[in-house]
Design a protein around this ligand. Structure first.
Ligand SMILES: Nc1ncnc2c1ncn2[C@@H]1O[C@H](COP(=O)(O)OP(=O)(O)OP(=O)(O)O)[C@@H](O)[C@H]1O
Ligand SMILES: Nc1ncnc2c1ncn2[C@@H]1O[C@H](COP(=O)(O)OP(=O)(O)OP(=O)(O)O)[C@@H](O)[C@H]1O
Lengths: 222, 222
């Protein structure tokens, strides 16, 4: 059974502690505000109010014997750094920290954070990608220059089969699945395409390809 | 040229305004704190300090003629709702709002938000998915019961070809790409697999499949 410590239960820390517990992970949660601890104590293995920057407090909670410690203190950056250093002094845990901006991210990595998360920046980047390319519904990086994307099928290819389109040879695109609206409202089907599969209006194409080939496809057919 | 309005420049609003401008979108940014406006005025088309809940202020900035308005006020929920209603009263824009928790999300949807974003919840969910299934590096929903996932290739299938493994027939898994570490540090290659492709140690498999087939695969081979 995995054990994870969460220090600081703001919006991010609280949501994290709850969803980890729902995944069946043993969570030890710590926050300096007792009223916050009351909100979560029935949902996690152990919830205690105390100071996350104090090494003795962390050790007495058994945070030295967990697999991962997450420091989720944002506003008070000094407390975040001190909690980070205290977590680092505990023998094994992998330490993940939350940062408010790129400058703080850099400092936390230098202090030894294995990973730094910036929830607002990640959400902002994803939204700006979607707004700037309206036909691009989702993009996931899968390598330095490859992505998995979901795009609305452009009008120019409706009614054509994959054999006609020859997407891989002509455009370097691997069509891995098609999401197609069903006949009834709210219904949808995920189709694994073959050479004779035809592209219809309303289809969402799932592509694996180089970023430059995806950008060219979005520009040419939009 | 797309035009987007951003009301409220906290961590999320500021990062969003900046990355939209970088994508070449015309951004109109509004915040009640003049010192925040000074930070961004050289990076976006128009940045003004004023009250986002006041319909006349929004109309005078031309926010009635943009494609999308994002209300990114979190702490002061009353101001968030008022800005949301004012944005809604402007003729065309699509309105996207930021919420701090699920209760506020529900209220904002009832008030007419086309979309509601909760950066901390999204980041918390993604992290808890990764921590609870260490071999699962990334998971993207592509339908009600399908996902695109990146998983570390389990030891049990190293040295076998796709023909031997017959992943689709036996386990319902479509292997769409393999990310393979290169010979030099930091190098990697994305391989589109064929029947004779062999799975090696260190490979990351990219699968499109039903969620229940992915979960079974992770359980059986972990
Ligand atoms: N020294 C400390 N020890 C333990 N908990 C602390 C300490 N300092 C602050 N906290 C707690 O950390 C939590 C997170 O604080 P903060 O207000 O910084 O959130 P935030 O970064 O704005 O996060 P979010 O955006 O996730 O809400 C608060 O609940 C606060 O009580
Ligand atoms: N009525 C208003 N009109 C315009 N701007 C406002 C108004 N009320 C608050 N703001 C601004 O909205 C911004 C976001 O505020 P807030 O502190 O709520 O951020 P937050 O939700 O905690 O966001 P984040 O987590 O993205 O930092 C602040 O810069 C604040 O000045």
């Amino acid at each position: 059974m995995q054990k994870v410590g969460v220090i600081g239960l703001g919006r991010f820390g609280m949501a994290l502690a709850e969803s980890l517990a729902q995944e069946g992970i043993e969570v030890i949660a710590l926050d300096s505000r007792p009223e916050i601890i009351n909100q979560i104590k029935d949902k996690v293995a152990l919830a205690v109010s105390g100071d996350g920057t104090d090494l003795e407090t962390l050790r007495s909670l058994g945070l030295g014997k967990v697999d991962t410690v997450i420091v989720a203190i944002g506003e008070d950056f000094e407390a975040c750094q001190l909690a980070m250093l205290a977590a680092r002094d505990l023998e094994y845990p992998k330490v993940i920290a939350r940062a408010n901006d790129r400058v703080k991210e850099k400092i936390l990595r230098r202090l030894g954070a294995d990973e730094v998360i910036m929830p607002e920046e990640q959400a902002a980047l994803k939204l700006s990608q979607r707004l700037s390319r309206p036909t691009l519904l989702e993009a996931v990086e899968i390598g330095k220059d490859h992505s998995f994307v979901q795009v609305k099928s452009p009008r120019g290819i409706h009614g054509k089969t994959l054999l006609d389109l020859n997407l891989r040879k002509k455009l370097g695109l691997n069509l891995v699945a098609i999401k197609r609206p069903g006949t009834m409202a709210g219904e949808e089907a995920v189709v694994i395409p073959g050479p004779d599969t035809m592209v219809h209006e309303g289809d969402v194409l799932m592509l694996v390809a180089r970023d430059k080939d995806i950008d060219r496809f979005l520009r040419e057919f939009e």
